[in-house]
Design a protein around this ligand. Structure first.
Ligand code: AVJ
Length: 319
């Protein structure tokens, strides 16, 4: 088949298969956490957010509820809210409701379907806000749209401790992109999960109902469906361990036996006990995050946390 006859979708599917094969060919096998989020994976993640052990979502929302008026005061009137990723989440809705005369809401996402459905639902629920979705990979600088009302400043919004999925090095680069997009007088509002007792963290990623295990294993069934692999889900086991030295949760799927998996015309061998890395979820101390923000040109202005210091929302000024 010549490349002229391939659709854009087929090209990106081929690039993703390449990425998957690459990850499976290394001595430390790994798959990107972005492969978690097919339709079923997104549903399972929503279910994770409701789990009693998963403190992140609930705690972030309660911090927002406590301090939304102060956040609105800091942001001021007529800002443009630029969300890295597109959420139709309660937190985003709270901002759309409470921020003073928003010039625009700009969700930025690489998944067209996800982006457009979130943008449509928010545009219809908040008719006073101009919603301007941007289809882009937000790890690279992108062009901002021009709202019909001139924004007084840009507020980059990155909730959910999604920053935790990036290695410290990549998190730093992402903050640099945010610095560019925030522009003059801009600011960053970001949710950051905090380092804490190992037992609390490990419970959040090893829930009693087994939803996180299902979420983790779902990556294999997605790759079976979309990329024609033949992973046997019964032969892999969920593992989530907090690595205190690196301050990160390591999600793996552990091969339960010696086995070979076929994908993209290749055969991938797994030893019994071998780990397939699916996600890192980094946790920061307030000091570590402050230093990282500082190196990317942001000064942490206000930090809000819960009474147990589980989670933080940080308001950072572009310097
Ligand atoms: C969406 C990256 C914030 O790291 O806690 C939840 C993803 N993985 N349970 C996290 C996740 C397993 C989540 N983030």
């Amino acid at each position: 088949m010549d490349s002229a006859s391939l659709t854009e979708q087929e090209i990106s599917a081929a690039a993703e298969l390449d990425e998957i094969l690459n990850g499976l060919s290394r001595s430390q096998k790994s798959l990107s956490p972005k492969f978690f989020y097919d339709a079923r994976g997104s549903k399972l993640f929503d279910a994770i957010c409701e789990l009693p052990e998963y403190y992140l979502t609930r705690t972030e929302l309660s911090i927002m509820q406590m301090h939304i008026d102060e956040i609105a005061t800091l942001v001021g009137p007529q800002a443009s809210l630029i969300e890295f990723g597109s959420g139709s989440s309660l937190k985003t809705r709270m901002l759309l409701e409470k921020l003073d005369r928003l010039a625009a809401y700009v969700p930025v996402d690489i998944s067209r379907d996800h982006l457009l459905s979130a943008a449509e639902s928010l545009a219809s629920d908040y008719p006073a806000v101009e919603v301007l979705p941007v289809l882009a990979d937000f790890t690279q600088p992108f062009q901002l749209p021009n709202p019909s009302v001139m924004p007084l400043r840009n507020i980059v919004y990155f909730p959910g401790s999604t920053i935790g999925n990036f290695s410290p090095e990549n998190a730093h680069s992402l903050l640099q992109v945010m610095h560019i997009e925030a522009g003059k007088d801009g600011a960053l509002l970001i949710g950051v999960d905090l380092q804490k007792d190992t037992a609390i963290i490990e419970r959040a990623y090893n829930d009693a109902a087994g939803v996180t295990a299902e979420f983790n294993l779902n990556m294999l069934s997605r790759i079976n469906q979309e990329f024609g692999a033949d992973f046997n889900l019964n032969r892999f086991q969920h593992s989530a361990i907090y690595n205190e030295e690196y301050g990160r949760v390591e999600l793996n799927l552990i091969s339960q036996c010696d086995q070979d998996v076929r994908i993209g015309g290749q055969s991938i061998h797994f030893d019994k006990g071998e780990a397939l890395l699916t996600e890192h979820s980094h946790k920061y101390t307030l000091e570590q995050f402050c230093n990282m923000a500082d190196r990317a040109g942001f000064a942490v202005h206000t930090v809000w946390t819960d009474s147990e210091q589980l989670f933080s929302i940080q308001y950072c000024l572009r310097v």
